[in-house]
Design a protein around this ligand. Structure first.
Ligand code: FAD
Ligand code: PHB
Length: 390
């Protein structure tokens, strides 16, 4: 039997940032992850860090490589109806965002935890959480064929949307809010220098497209597609043809092509569970909420949750106070719903909705309004760079 203060399920951004923050406050944790270390470190996902996420990672001692290799951006471009409009974050908010892949953040966090003798159990199978309504919750799991049990004071459910923590809560104790979208993203990673210094969000009659990047040598590109899209129908030439059409810019702009290193289709949903807590288990990140990726918020929201949780646990261990823990769900949800609103808004403004020409005209008017009104641009910018974390 093992003992720790906080048992964390999941070594994604939520679980790893939480264990790092707790360690800085002298609070012991064990992270249980069902995949291998290599899998976690190579899984390609999000790429945009809000300024608050960057600050928090740097203050937590895991920002050195991010500061060196991350690409600091002071704006994004919107393309629609043959026009290009830059949203200038610096002018509108005084802030920037940093493009640094989620898997790079994960590598830095795992390295920091391992270097500090932090306990992360990879390939932990059949993880189960028990006795959540007592002061001594337990986590059971199998590792290398043997059964193990961890006794903890608290459990942090950081195991993503498909994890086991949220389904372990009796359904009557939770309220779910969900919206599915009739489209997905086909994403590629290409061995090509980015074609623009900043991200380009394009609304086109053929559907949305996004130009992003991972480094000065690697471009990340997305196309709106059917959520059940068959990748076999998308040979490389078709992907490039479609990207050229949807991202088309002015005469001087050219999309760089290169070998496609990775291809995948992601569905889109908005999802929130309330409350984000049951007994002594706290849910954080994708385990509690999902946003469509158009606002680049999933990872940032996961980090914002665990920042609140780490502070509440610090209050508990340093002075026995439980008020911050009791307020955890409410504190997080006030940010979660604002981020849900922003991600839904960006998604509905930028994706082509089949069937109703009214939506198309309304979206063009909305983009024109954002491009022509300082107030509207500022609203987009302040949400994109990240609302204050307090
Ligand atoms: P996760 O990163 O999902 O981490 C959960 C961890 O728990 C994983 O390591 C998982 O292996 C582990 N786990 C799951 N079940 C168990 C179990 N039973 N036992 C033990 N461990 C378990 N956001 C963007 O902003 N832009 C993007 O382009 C983007 N692309 C995405 C692509 C995909 C395919 C997915 C799934 C998400 C994407 N996101 C994107 C969202 C963003 O990556 C997530 O919001 C972010 O990873 C949330 O972090 P998390 O730690 O809460 O969850
Ligand atoms: C990415 O680089 O993967 C990315 C960037 C912006 C988004 C979504 C994904 O809105």
């Amino acid at each position: 039997m093992l003992r720790t203060q906080v048992g964390i399920v999941g070594a994604g951004p939520a679980g790893l940032v939480l264990s790092q923050l707790l360690a800085l406050d002298g609070i012991d944790s064990v992270v249980l992850e069902n995949k291998t270390r290599q899998y976690c470190e190579e899984r390609i996902r999000a790429g945009v860090l809000e300024w608050g996420t960057v600050e928090l990672l740097a203050q937590s001692g895991v920002g050195e490589r991010m500061r060196r290799e991350g690409l600091v951006h002071y704006g994004i471009e919107l393309r629609f109806a043959g026009r290009a409009h830059r949203i200038d974050f610096k002018d509108l908010t005084g802030r920037s965002i940093t493009v640094y892949g989620q898997h790079e953040v994960i590598k830095d966090l795992i390295q920091a935890r391992v270097a500090a003798d932090g306990r992360i159990v990879f390939e932990a199978n059949d993880v189960r959480v028990e006795d959540l309504n007592t002061n001594k919750p337990k986590i059971q799991y199998f590792h290398a064929g043997e059964s193990h049990e961890i006794h903890c004071d608290f459990v942090a459910g950081c195991d993503g949307f498909h994890g086991i923590c949220r389904p372990s809560i009796p359904s009557a104790a939770l309220k779910l809010y969900e919206r599915l979208y009739p489209f997905g993203w086909l994403g590629i990673l290409a061995e090509a220098p980015p074609s623009s210094e900043e991200l380009i969000y394009a609304y086109h009659e053929r559907g949305f497209a996004l130009h992003s990047m991972r480094s000065p040598q690697i471009t990340r590109l997305y196309l709106q597609c059917d959520p059940e899209e068959d990748l076999a129908a998308w040979p490389d030439e078709r992907i490039w043809r479609e990207l050229h059409l949807r991202l088309a810019g002015g005469r001087d702009w050219k999309l760089n092509e290169g070998a496609i290193l990775q291809k995948g289709v992601t569905g889109m949903r908005s999802f929130v569970v309330e409350p984000m807590q049951y007994g002594r288990m706290y849910l954080a990140g994708d385990a509690a909420h999902i946003v469509p990726p158009t606002g680049a918020k999933g990872l940032n929201l996961a980090v914002a949750d665990v920042r609140v949780l780490a502070r509440a646990l610090k209050d508990f261990y340093s002075s026995g106070r439980t008020d911050s823990l009791e307020a955890y769900s409410q504190t997080c949800l006030s940010r979660v719903w604002k981020v849900q609103r922003f991600s839904w808004w960006m998604t509905s403004m930028l994706h082509r909705h089949e069937g109703n020409p009214f939506d198309h005209r309304r979206q063009l008017a909305e983009l024109d309004y954002v491009a022509s009104s300082r107030a509207a641009s500022q609203s987009l910018a302040e949400n994109y760079v990240g609302l204050p974390m307090d």
